[in-house]
Ligand binder design. Structure first.
Ligand code: SF4
Length: 110
């Protein structure tokens, strides 16, 4: 029998476990951050099994960040593409709320 150590067991999943499967491991990180090798970085990202997780991780961490303080390729998207994705998602959510409100008003009027 082992005593309680107070340490978190290694068997618990970490939020960053997905990074172990990242295809960019072993490449020069500058590819993702130099702003010159965008297509090469995106080519690697395109085949990465954790691409969507990586993208959502970046979207979350950049939630309150302006375009000008974003950098790097994450999930295959440039900072500008991630801003466009955020705006598209916000517009879709706004449209869904409007449709739901309109539907509610129609139900109340019936
Ligand atoms: S999507 Fe691209 S940046 Fe993200 S983990 Fe995969 S290879 Fe790396």
């Amino acid at each position: 029998m082992t005593g309680y150590t107070g340490q978190t067991p290694d068997t618990l999943a970490r939020d960053t476990d997905w990074m172990d499967d990242a295809d960019c491991q072993g490449y020069d990180p500058d590819l993702w951050f130099d702003g010159i090798s965008v297509f090469e970085a995106q080519r690697v990202c395109a085949g990465c099994v954790v691409r969507l997780t990586c993208l959502e991780h970046a979207m979350e961490s950049e939630a309150s960040t302006s375009l000008y303080s974003r950098y790097g390729i994450f999930g295959g998207l440039t900072p500008g593409e991630r801003v466009a994705l955020r705006r598209a998602r916000q517009n879709a959510a706004r449209s869904a709320r409007r449709r739901a409100r309109l539907h509610q008003l129609r139900l109340e009027a019936a």
